[in-house]
Design a binder for this molecule. Structure first.
Ligand SMILES: [Zn+2]
Length: 303
């Protein structure tokens, strides 16, 4: 059986952003799983919105021989969990939640229940427990807590390495599929939108540190593709991470300039300066990111 890593040399097996490549005119839909390559599928939940983009991507890895992992079972949506069940025929070895936000983890228990009702082995729900800072709709207690750097295996074919990446959420974990050079980035890295850093569960300093750790992970394991929980596959993983970090640091520089220009002002007044390149209708959302920047700037004593 050819290893899927060999197939990655043909990058167009991974549908990238259709706007970047006219030959890949993938439309978003939630009915049919998209085969990204052999043994790897994306099924997008029917929850598109301003906050979730085209919807939450659930990823499925594995084969009928060795079983499957489901990464991010999505929001509680019976049709979505039924489709995940049908794709895997209930032969699920683990349901892994990148973090506890309501568009990612609430589908875990319904999917687990479908497997049990079908007489299949009960898949463990894995991830990291939510921190005390999480919102009431984001409480999460995995049955199996992933250790930092732990490598899960499905037979000898698939190895999934967990890395704790706080920043977007305190209990966020990213997962690298080592054989295929693929990173499941959850909400830490998105395609087509900017990750919201919303304190106190979100933390800008942690976010940037986690980006550095993901870059090191990509270098160590030759990871080329990032599969985000919202949006299309990103290629050139390390360049994408560097671009993201640069974007954040540029914004931070604008926030520092605003704080120095109006030292007695309140954060909403700094937004108008630091986000002058953003439509005012988005400033209420930008304020949350600005507060995360201000926290990091003050922690570092930059202003
Ligand atoms: Zn999230």
């Amino acid at each position: 059986m050819p290893r899927s890593s060999q197939l990655l040399s043909s990058a167009n097996l991974l549908p990238l952003d259709p706007h970047a490549s006219s030959q890949l005119a993938a439309e978003w839909q939630s009915e049919v799983p998209v085969a990204l390559q052999k043994n790897l599928w994306r099924l997008t939940a029917p929850n598109p919105s301003v906050m979730t983009g085209p919807g939450t991507n659930s990823y499925v890895v594995g084969s009928t021989e060795v079983g499957f992992w489901v990464v991010d079972p999505g929001p509680r949506d019976s049709a979505h969990q039924q489709r995940l069940f049908e794709l895997t025929q209930g032969h699920i070895q683990g349901i892994i939640c990148t973090h506890s936000h309501p568009d990612h983890s609430p589908g875990a228990r319904p999917l687990q229940a479908l497997c049990e009702q079908a007489g299949k082995a009960k898949p463990a729900i894995m991830g990291l427990p939510s921190a005390p800072t999480s919102r009431p709709d984001s409480h999460f207690a995995p049955e199996r807590v992933l250790a930092e750097g732990e490598v899960l295996t499905l037979s000898s074919h698939f190895s999934l390495k967990a890395i704790h990446t706080p920043g977007h959420a305190a209990n966020h974990v990213c997962l690298a599929l080592l054989e295929d050079g693929v990173l499941f980035s959850g909400d830490h890295i998105l395609n087509g939108s900017t990750t919201l850093i919303d304190g106190p569960d979100g933390h800008m300093g942690d976010y940037l540190d986690s980006l550095d750790r993901l870059d090191a992970l990509c270098e160590t394991h030759g990871i080329e593709f990032i599969l985000p929980a919202h949006g299309h596959v990103l290629n050139q993983a390390r360049a994408a991470i560097a671009h993201l970090k640069n974007h954040r640091l540029k914004r931070e520089a604008k926030v520092i300039a605003a704080m120095r220009a109006l030292p007695k002002a309140e954060p909403p007044e700094w937004v108008a300066l630091a986000y002058d390149d953003t439509p005012p209708s988005l400033w209420p959302l930008a304020l949350r990111s600005l507060l995360a920047h201000v926290q990091r700037i003050r922690e570092l004593g930059l202003v």
